[in-house]
Design a protein around this ligand. Structure first.
Ligand code: NAD
Length: 494
């Protein structure tokens, strides 16, 4: 049985807790690996190593830190296929999708290559007589990242690229469901010239997470995962005095106005709902169809579904792989099978005729979903698209703004004025205009509103740089000794 261990101080370290987790091959349903689950002592070891590595790494000059990021960029680029295959083997997403994930992660390494520019502070000469004031951005120390199963390469890169470039040392706790990609990234970081101990991985579960949340030497926590855990991470981490950004779940609505190009809207809805088997936090899970075009739009979406090729990532031509575990597949199936009983209409039932082995479902389409139904209210996180019929713009906007989540949303229209009004009024962090999955490029920042994000800072991009640094303001005077005198008053500008 393949065993996945920890990465501490620049090498693989076998776990000694005696506990391990199961990593499935989601395409067959069989176990493919066992992952060591860290004990408190093992987390403490990783944090101690990262703490010891911090003074040298924060003192490393900016050009050298950027050079490591440039090397890493080249290594990831050269190994795209290997990284994508590894993640698709454990996650189940098809290779093209996995390659897209690697590309979107790589953008963050490219952004971090610009760290000398990103860490520039401000400078004000002569703020007072002979006094200059300037700000500097300094790293925090040891920072930790806790990541979800659905983007095992990209989400760690969202975090560690900027964290390391800013001079922090890092402890990553990947999802225990698909941990191998992180181990490969650790190897590449070493090859890129990152000093041992600067980046560490503890594989594990709640035991490891809780220790990171309580450890006095961990300064900050970045988390991406489901909303209940994100809330817990934020509350516990901040109570323990840490800086925390915790991104949670989503229910992303796509509002289709009567003037939209319906073929384009149907293509977008199908791609964004069923890509990666719906296991994306930016997946479209609700289409708000204006009454005037709803029947036509539902028909177009329904027509497209049978052509989607569902099967193992290892077979060429498949477009949608399995779900992550049997347990999760059963939960998603429950939403589909329960929809009719809640008063919705099951237009396409993707729970039938699925491969006997593996954690597969086919795409499902549910019409006439409404608030108060579980299939509308909950984040399903599977290949299930629900349609809610709305009178038009105002009705659709009200539903989006009433939702507990505010991660992503999209409007499909040819009316620039309506799109402008939508971006102005909608209570959501990431908005697409005729773009169904508006994941910001790496030089903006990623984050939702409401129950999709706990904390003040979005992830990666400029806000990522702010999250991983503390600002210090220096007020300095190199006085002309001739002007020195005693003054007991509060400093004022003179
Ligand atoms: P999850 O919340 O179950 O797990 C995320 C991480 O938290 C994992 O590393 C896991 O080991 C850890 N964890 C799980 N239970 C814990 C507990 N009780 N105490 C402490 N730690 C715990 O999420 P997941 O199933 O891996 O990922 C899917 C979820 O992540 C979805 O809700 C999805 O919307 C969300 N997600 C959000 C974003 C975003 O940017 N907002 C991005 C990707 C995924």
């Amino acid at each position: 049985m393949n065993r996945i261990s920890h990465w501490i101080d620049g090498k693989v370290v076998e776990g000694s807790s005696g506990r391990s987790g199961v990593v499935f091959d989601p395409a067959t349903g069989a176990q493919q690996s066992a992952v060591d689950l860290a004990s408190v002592a093992e987390v403490d070891k990783a944090v101690a190593v990262a703490k010891a590595a911090f003074p040298a790494w924060r003192s490393t000059n900016l050009s050298r830190r950027a050079e490591v990021m440039f090397h890493l960029r080249e290594l990831i680029d050269a190994n795209r296929k290997e990284i994508a295959s590894l993640l698709s083997k454990e996650h189940g997403k098809v290779l093209g999708d996995a390659l897209g994930e690697v590309a979107r992660g790589l953008e963050n390494i490219e952004f971090a290559c610009g760290v000398p520019n990103l860490l520039k502070g401000g400078y004000s000469e002569q703020a007072s007589g002979g006094v200059d004031v300037y700000s500097i951005k300094q790293p925090l120390g040891v920072v930790a990242g806790i990541t979800p199963f659905n983007f095992p390469a990209m989400v760690p890169m969202w975090m560690f690229a900027n964290a390391l470039a800013c001079g922090n040392t890092f402890v990553l706790k990947p999802s225990e469901k698909d941990p191998s990609t992180s181990m490969l990234l650790a190897e590449l970081l070493k090859q890129a010239g990152l000093p041992d101990g600067t980046f560490n991985i503890v594989n594990g579960d709640k035991v490891a997470v809780d220790r990171l949340l309580a450890h006095p030497d961990v300064q900050a926590i970045s988390f991406v995962g489901s909303t209940p855990i994100a809330r817990y991470i934020y509350e516990t981490g901040t109570k323990n005095g840490k800086r925390v950004q915790a991104l949670g779940g989503a229910k992303n609505h796509m509002l289709v106005l009567p003037d939209a190009d319906l073929d384009m809207a149907a293509d977008a809805a199908v791609s964004a709902a069923y890509g990666s088997a719906g296991e994306r936090c930016m997946a479209i899970s609700v289409v708000l169809a204006s009454d005037a075009i709803a029947d036509a739009l539902v028909a177009k979406i329904k027509d497209r579904i049978p052509a989607i090729k569902v099967g193992p990532a290892s077979e060429d031509g498949n477009e949608m792989g399995p779900l992550i575990t049997g347990e999760h597949r059963d939960k998603v199936r429950g939403y589909v099978q329960g929809a009719a009983g809640e008063g919705a209409e099951l237009v396409v039932d993707g729970t039938n005729d699925v491969p006997a082995n593996g954690f597969f479902l086919k795409p499902s389409l549910i019409d006439h979903a409404k608030p108060g139904m579980r299939c509308y209210d909950d984040e399903i996180f599977g290949p299930v698209l629900t349609i809610t019929r709305v009178k038009g713009y105002d009705d659709g906007l009200a539903l989006i703004n009433a939702n507990q989540f505010g991660n992503g949303t999209a409007i499909f229209t040819r009316d620039g004025g309506a799109a402008r009004q939508f971006e102005f009024e909608v209570q959501v962090g990431m908005v697409g205009i005729n773009v169904p999955i508006p994941v910001p490029v790496s030089y903006y920042s990623f984050g939702g509103w409401k129950a999709s994000l706990f904390g003040d800072t979005h992830m990666y991009g400029p806000e990522g740089i702010n999250f991983y640094t503390r600002t210090k303001v220096v007020t300095s005077r190199w006085p002309d000794p001739r002007t020195s005198k005693i003054d007991l008053g509060f400093p004022q500008n003179r």
